[in-house]
Design a protein around this ligand. Structure first.
Ligand code: C2E
Ligand code: MG
Ligand code: MG
Length: 549
């Protein structure tokens, strides 16, 4: 009798009483309205259906039967004359009531079963059958209500780091089998007193009341059992190794918010993964920094609309002629509260979002608009491209439209790409760069010498500049190794009939050395820091007369 399962005696008794009271009420109603010859006998369906809902088919049949008797041999056809009903009459009604009760009971049982299934699914992981995040939220809220003041709760998140890579080769059933095996494995990290939860495929977690199980004990338990989860798991006779990272966060009952506790522990598990630790604790200081980044990302769209971004320009100078041949466009964010933000404060975080396209569109528009109205500068403007822009070249349509709209020739643009960005999706990157060259723009390899320098891509890419990374130039006189590298890059550029540009030139000694060794162009603080447009125009009026002396 599944419908009686999980119901307390009290609730069963109160349900029985309710049905009984209703049956009695119908009896008195029919009596008071003159007997069974009137339509009020149909009111008996209400307690019958209710009994069927509460107790399924047996409940429906019993209520139908009792209702049939109450309105049968115990009820006259007419109260005023006292005439009783014939047997066939009330028996037929009794059978009908019991039949309706049985059918309704069956129907309700099915519905209740389905409802139970749905609520089970809402509270459990379908992969492992373990309780899920919703279950955790309900359970921790309940624990919070019952906890004494000052109680601390700890949440431990165990994340499987390389889950998607491992499951890429498996079908759904195999992946499910893997999840079950993983959950069993992770169970050994969970103290007996805790219940383990499963969230998405690769996250398991449990929480503990620290009054009952101290943080020290949790740590000791994890340390003691960690080796057990590092053993391989066999799926289809393939031994799989996983890396786990564990994050721990605590909150006192007064400040506890289950979702925030989960977020913190999850965050700590990311920290453990990033730092290659078995486990890590939530650190509010670092988290605040990432929240600041999150806040910044949320503001980027409006910053672009409000023109809070600015393009700074840093001149690139030809050593033999001292002529300003180009300007590198470098973005800055003039944030209303935080002041000027450097690209490293926000650009790397935009890389994995479509915001990078938004920023790039803004950079393109600003640089091209400036080029269309920059009478005292005839050189090129170089624009940095991050990986995403190389692997998804759809923005080139926008570029073409902007060049047409502002009547600027693509030949005045150089696009800078780093070596490391080229390895992501080589075919797509080559396509993007070729499309830029077809328009007439040029390509520079930025930070040359720091990435995966293979000459292969110089061979297949339309490259016109090699920008020697600043790390080789950094010291006053470059070390003998750096000197050898710089010289060979300059020679390589000459052999390929392309230009070498030295970045990060800060001292006259560096400049002299680069001049002696035949570097074509230089860029660095010695000549000018990156400057906003009004200041760069002033600088252009009086550039250093002869930087190479
Ligand atoms: P990068 O393209 O290698 O840019 C050169 C960086 O070196 C700039 O830093 C510049 O300010 C700095 N620099 C120039 N001369 C010197 C020097 O003499 N000494 C020293 N110590 N530093 C010098 P910045 O502006 O912070 O830019 C950092 C990176 O951010 C850039 O490296 C570039 O990769 C990226 N970036 C900047 N603007 C944009 C942009 O609009 N779009 C994209 N996708 N990336 C950008
Ligand atoms: Mg650059
Ligand atoms: Mg660079």
């Amino acid at each position: 009798m599944t419908y009686l399962r999980n119901k307390s005696i009290l609730s069963i008794l109160s349900r029985i009483s309710l049905v009984a009271v209703l049956i009695a009420a119908v009896f008195f109603l029919v009596r008071a309205t003159g007997g069974s010859k009137y339509v009020f006998t149909h009111t008996m369906y209400i307690p019958i259906l209710l009994a069927a809902y509460f107790f399924g088919a047996p409940g429906g049949v019993i209520a139908g039967w009792i209702g049939g008797v109450v309105l049968g041999p115990l009820m006259p056809i007419s109260v005023s004359t006292g005439e009783m009903q014939v047997l066939t009459n009330w028996l037929y009604r009794l059978i009908f009531f019991a039949g309706v009760g049985a059918m309704a009971g069956l129907l309700f049982s099915r519905l209740n079963k389905r409802n139970d299934e749905i609520s089970w699914m809402a509270q459990h992981s379908l992969e492992t059958g373990l309780p899920n995040y919703n279950h955790f939220i309900d359970s921790l809220r309940k624990a919070q209500k019952e906890a004494e003041p000052g109680t601390e709760f700890a949440l431990v998140v165990v994340r499987i780091n390389d889950y998607s890579e491992a499951t890429a080769i498996f079908n759904v059933e195999e992946t499910r089998a893997l999840s079950v095996k993983l959950s069993r494995m992770i169970l050994c990290l969970t103290p007996d007193e805790a219940r383990i939860y499963h969230h998405f495929s690769h996250t398991f977690f449990f929480y503990m009341d620290l009054n009952q199980y101290s943080l020290e004990k949790i740590k000791a338990h994890i340390e003691r059992n960690f080796y057990k989860i590092e053993r391989p798991i066999q799926i289809n006779r393939i031994p799989l190794f996983f890396k786990f990272s564990i994050g721990i966060a605590t909150e006192s009952v007064e400040e506890l918010a289950p979702s925030s506790l989960f977020r913190k522990a999850n965050w700590a598990s990311n920290l453990a993964a990033a730092q290659n630790l078995k486990y890590a604790f939530y650190e509010p200081r670092i988290d605040q920094a990432s929240r600041r980044t999150q806040r910044l990302l949320g503001e980027i769209r409006s910053a672009a609309n409000r023109d809070d971004f600015e393009l700074f320009y840093q001149p690139i100078i030809q050593l033999t002629t001292s002529e300003v041949v180009g300007m590198e466009a470098l973005i800055r964010w003039n944030h209303p509260d935080l002041g000027y933000l450097q690209p490293s404060d926000f650009l790397p975080y935009c890389e994995n979002t479509s915001l990078i396209f938004l920023i790039h569109d803004w950079v393109l528009k600003t640089a091209i608009k400036r080029l269309s109205d920059w009478p005292d500068f005839k050189g090129f403007v170089s624009i940095n491209l991050s990986t995403r822009l190389l692997t998804d070249g759809q923005w080139i349509d926008t570029l073409v439209k902007l060049l047409e709209a502002y009547k600027v020739s693509a030949e005045r643009l150089v696009f800078e790409v780093t070596e490391s960005s080229l390895i992501e999706d080589r075919a797509e990157s080559v396509r993007t760069l070729n499309a830029l060259c077809d328009l007439g723009a040029e390509v520079a390899i930025d930070d040359f010498g720091t990435g995966y320098s293979t000459f292969e891509y110089i061979n297949i890419l339309p490259v016109q500049y090699l920008k020697i990374d600043r790390s080789f130039i950094e010291s006053d006189t470059p070390s003998s190794k750096s000197q050898a590298i710089i010289k060979s890059i300059i020679q390589l550029a000459k052999a390929l009939e392309i230009k070498s540009i030295a970045e990060g030139v800060e001292t006259q000694e560096q400049l002299d050395w680069l001049t002696e060794n035949g570097c074509d162009y230089v860029q660095g603080f010695l000549l000018s820091r990156p400057l906003p447009i009004d200041r760069i125009s002033l600088w252009m009026e009086e550039p250093p007369s002869n930087p190479s002396r």
